[in-house]
Design a protein around this ligand. Structure first.
Ligand SMILES: *Cc1c(COP(=O)(O)O)cnc(C)c1O
Length: 378
């Protein structure tokens, strides 16, 4: 690729893993020596530890965050004939989960300042068939639990959290994964808590839902060769669970490192507001776990988002866009009948957002280098 040497990568997982390599090797070797590769001890241990850390009761590990959503909705008895509200500006897996259970996805727009789901817009699309809302705690910031609970109570529907980007996030005294009937997490390697491959988990306070979820991921069976319901094979590997269990004690510190980095970006980018560089808003000083640090390149900016991205890349700074195409405009889902213009805020954001490098271990001078490079081009 024709680019400068990478000075600031978008993510660097080595920085996270090298300091704890011994613990990781011990975890891997432990599974090797036991040989309990499928639903072994580390799975149950990690499920319990992650549920407890997230302020809820039960965890059920599955093969991916996408499966945590799809099987989780099924475990909550959401399916054919039900409508499920979700934001248009989410990673496509949220939509995939809803479609997989045969429910009808009802997309809504977002708040342009936070990119979180617009609950006023959501209120307008509730019908007698609406069974649930999926708030996506996008970029690591929770949708207001108070507002969500008010919304769910007044419309008599379930909250199913997509917390794939929000491990241990907090807001208004709630932790991500503890607000609704159930919550889906992803352990994709670059998530705040990442495996060495794919992984996911459903968290819930409801014992029956957790038991159903445990059957669904294991061929619909709780007793060998007896299949109580139509399930599938979607288990979290013991090896991945052991790695995640070894990493979990460091997660709070990693999240706090992300927050420190985000505050530095906020401070340094503040002087560029008048030039059209606008960081996404956070709800308060704490609780946001900054899976991503996202800023907007406003229409008032002299340069377009793509130009800024190219200038940064030429200077060895990698960036990302999360996400460039809202769900309703994805080619696979035109059959849902949505059109350009249906969700103006989500569409506008898709054209303006830019995710800056963000990971534990990113140094303060690297952050300054990123901001200086943006500033130098404006
Ligand atoms: C990563 C992610 C998912 C999907 O998780 P996978 O483990 O990649 O299947 C779902 N929703 C959101 C918001 C995500 O960021």
């Amino acid at each position: 690729m024709n680019q400068a040497t990478v000075r600031v990568p978008f993510v660097d997982l080595n920085l996270q893993h090298q300091p704890i390599q011994k613990q990781l090797e011990a975890a891997i070797n432990g599974v090797l020596s036991k040989g309990d590769f499928i639903l072994g001890k580390a799975v149950a241990d990690f499920e319990a530890a992650f549920a407890a850390a997230s302020g809820t009761a039960y965890g059920v590990g599955v093969a991916s965050g996408t499966d945590a959503i799809a099987l989780g909705l099924q475990a909550c008895n959401i399916g054919i004939g039900d409508e499920v509200i979700l934001p248009a500006n989410t990673f496509v897996a949220t939509l995939i989960g809803v479609l997989k259970v045969g429910a009808k996805p009802i997309l809504v727009d977002c708040d342009p300042h936070t990119a979180l789901i617009d609950l006023e817009a959501a209120a307008k699309v509730v019908t007698a068939k609406t069974k649930a809302i999926i708030p996506v705690h996008l970029y690591g910031q929770m949708v207001s639990p108070k507002q969500l609970l008010d919304f769910a109570t007044s419309h008599n529907l379930f909250i199913f959290e997509d917390a794939a980007q929000a491990h241990l996030a907090e807001r208004e005294g709630y932790k991500a994964g503890s607000v609704g009937i159930a919550a889906a997490f992803s352990f994709y390697p670059s998530k705040n808590l990442g495996a060495f491959g794919d992984g996911g988990m459903l968290l819930t306070k409801n014992l029956e839902i957790s038991q159903k979820m445990a059957r669904l991921r294991n061929y619909g069976s709780s007793q060998k060769y007896v299949h109580e319901e139509p399930g599938t094979n979607s288990r979290l590997d013991t090896l991945q669970a052991a790695i995640l269990l070894a990493k979990l004690p460091y997660l709070a510190q990693w999240n706090s490192d992300r927050l420190t980095i985000a505050r530095q970006y906020d401070t340094e980018l503040a002087s560029l507001t008048s030039a059209g560089i606008i960081p996404m808003q956070n709800h308060s000083d704490t609780g946001h776990v900054y899976h991503l640090y996202v800023m907007k390149v406003d229409e008032s900016c002299r340069l377009q988002r793509q130009q800024i991205q190219e200038k940064l890349l030429a200077a060895g700074i990698q960036t990302g866009i999360h996400y460039p195409i809202p769900c309703h405009l994805q080619p696979a889902y035109t059959y849902l009948g949505y059109q350009q213009g249906d969700f103006p805020q989500a569409e506008k954001l898709a054209g303006q957002i830019l995710s800056l490098p963000m990971y534990p271990g990113l140094t303060s001078s690297q952050v300054t280098a990123v901001v200086s490079e943006i500033a130098a081009n404006l």
